[in-house]
Design a protein around this ligand. Structure first.
Ligand SMILES: Cc1cc2nc3c(=O)[nH]c(=O)nc-3n(C[C@H](O)[C@H](O)[C@H](O)COP(=O)(O)OP(=O)(O)OC[C@H]3O[C@@H](n4cnc5c(N)ncnc54)[C@H](O)[C@@H]3O)c2cc1C
Length: 492
């Protein structure tokens, strides 16, 4: 995959010369003064870009340091290895109808569309070593334990309300989960919570496979699962899941374009040294050390990477421990580019449910016009972790062999194979955070707590880890923190 250019040549040169000036300041050992209304943002994922954009609009002098050659972080549209102009979304794909997120798309003039998938007459299943094809609409024998009658009589929202309460009673966007009852629920596993509330085995299995981010009710906090369920209720109420016209990375590219030369790509933050009224960030770029000083530092790196940043003064031990104990979901996607969508000629959509280690298989090209196609494999968390540890060729061979069994003919049609292992990405380290027992009430407040001039943004410390609207909400929160701190410093 090669980086998508996001800044014009002029902008890149301007940014480089700005950095050059700062390098001179660093060399002369002058402690750069931090002017009022200045901020450095670390990381140009959605949280960092939105924070910088909002601060810029409020009149702050802002710079964004991004280690990668392109902005976007976990919003990543991959185009290069694929034929016929096809692309895949390796990260954020679906835009949930969060009003603030939709407003951002509209402000940036980035288009959204409602995906309308064509219906195909045949459905492919691969279970217990057997490929079967059933007519669309034909009932498939249930494998999971059935829901109890009182559960089966409810719609999905009704089931969520029955066991988790309603989003009207406790808005999941409200960060306050304090109090003895919430602490008690956070001390339970998700399984214990559901057993305590009388959920059937069928319901527990449905939750585990459909919206338990850790993939196991035994590891996740009961309260965190409840927050997931309350979020789902809100999202069902918004009733719209859209896709981004031209690929999801259009959003970070639009933000980076608005920020222009303020975004410095290829810049890796290494150290933050705080003074009385600001801080200095040391970063490396093209093998050289540079420094930038500002009143406020917005740290919008993935939470898993915060412990790698050198800080002076260091983070308090409890806060460092909170960052060090973030759990991350493992996600691997393997994509097979094909000469044609030969599965369509058989009346099949290309999507297949399997009990093979490769998990669900999808036609990633279904919404795009082209002759060529792309099949994607989406293994579950445990399998993703194993596949991530294999060499590319070994992983690809294993997945293509499995896909061949599900969609015979693949070998003859195969053009190329590409995979993304989010665990192995040194600038990300894991797809998204999930909360273990006790972490929502004990860890989360520490992940949001400012450390002097440093505030922390990212989906991991929001009400919705693993979603763009979570990253957005965290960015808005830290902007409010910066504005308040700026006013406080001015008043002193
Ligand atoms: C497989 C997958 C599927 C997803 N699907 C969806 C979906 O369908 N819908 C949805 O809403 N969300 C989805 N998400 C989640 C969404 O992508 C994230 O919530 C969001 O992009 C997170 O943004 P962020 O800014 O918090 O973090 P990130 O995007 O991780 O940004 C952090 C940035 O920091 C940079 N960085 C790291 N170290 C340094 C350093 N030392 N110096 C400078 N920069 C550094 C990184 O390169 C990165 O650009 C998905 C994510 C994944 C992985």
């Amino acid at each position: 995959m090669s980086p998508t250019p996001t800044l014009s040549r002029r902008e890149v040169l301007a940014a480089a010369s700005a950095v050059g000036l700062l390098r001179c300041a660093a060399r002369s050992h002058l402690k750069p003064t931090a002017p009022a209304r200045s901020a450095v943002v670390l990381g140009a994922g959605l949280a960092g870009l939105v924070a910088a954009f909002e601060l810029m609009k409020s009149g702050f002098d802002v710079h964004v340091l991004e280690t990668n050659a392109q902005p976007g972080g976990r919003i990543r549209t991959i185009r290069d290895p694929f034929p016929d102009g096809l692309y895949v979304e390796a990260g954020a794909t679906h835009v949930v109808g969060d009003p603030d997120l939709l407003a951002l798309f509209s402000e940036l003039n980035v288009g959204l569309f409602e995906p309308a998938r064509r219906r195909w007459p045949k459905r492919v299943l691969f279970k217990r070593g057997q490929r079967s094809v059933v007519n669309a609409g034909e009932a498939i024998p249930e494998e999971d334990p059935p829901l109890r009658e009182d559960e089966a009589s409810l719609d999905f929202n009704g089931m969520l309300e029955k066991y988790f309460g309603t989003a009207k009673d406790h808005d999941p966007r409200n960060p306050d989960w304090s109090g003895p009852e919430f602490s008690r629920l956070d001390g339970l596993t998700a399984e214990q919570l559901l057993l305590e509330r009388g959920a059937s085995e069928g319901f527990r299995q449905m939750v585990e496979s459909s919206f338990c981010p850790s993939g196991s009710l035994k590891t996740m906090s009961g309260l965190a699962l409840m927050r997931e369920a309350l979020n789902l209720q809100l999202e069902i109420g918004w009733d719209s899941v859209k896709r981004v016209v031209g690929g999801a990375d259009t959003l970070p590219r639009a933000l980076a374009q608005r920020l222009g030369e303020r975004v410095i790509l290829g810049a890796t933050a290494r150290r933050i040294e705080q003074g009385e009224r600001g801080a200095t960030v040391t970063f490396t770029r093209k093998g050289e050390m540079h420094q930038l000083s500002a009143r406020h530092i917005v740290c919008a790196l993935p939470g898993t990477l915060v412990p790698q940043l050198e800080m002076d003064p260091v983070l308090p031990a409890a806060q460092l421990q909170a960052f060090s104990s973030i759990n991350a979901v493992s996600v691997v996607q393997v994509y097979a580019a094909t000469k044609t969508r030969y599965w369509n000629a058989r009346g099949e959509s290309g999507n297949a449910e399997t009990d093979l280690p490769v998990g669900l298989i999808r036609d990633e090209s279904a919404l795009q016009e082209a002759t060529a196609g792309i099949l994607g494999a989406h293994p579950n968390g445990a399998e993703s972790r194993r596949l991530s540890s294999l060499a590319d060729e070994v992983r690809h061979r294993e997945v293509i062999d499995a896909m061949e069994r599900v969609h015979p003919g693949l070998e003859d049609q195969l053009l190329s194979v590409h995979s993304v292992c989010w665990d192995n990405e040194p600038t990300i380290r894991g797809a998204f955070a999930w909360l273990g027992v006790g972490q929502l009430t004990q860890q989360q407040p520490l992940l949001r707590r400012p450390h002097g001039a440093i505030v922390f943004a990212g989906d991991y410390n929001s009400h919705r880890p693993g979603f763009m609207h979570g990253a957005l909400a965290s960015a808005r929160r830290v902007v409010a923190e910066v504005v308040t701190r700026e006013a406080m410093l001015k008043a002193q």
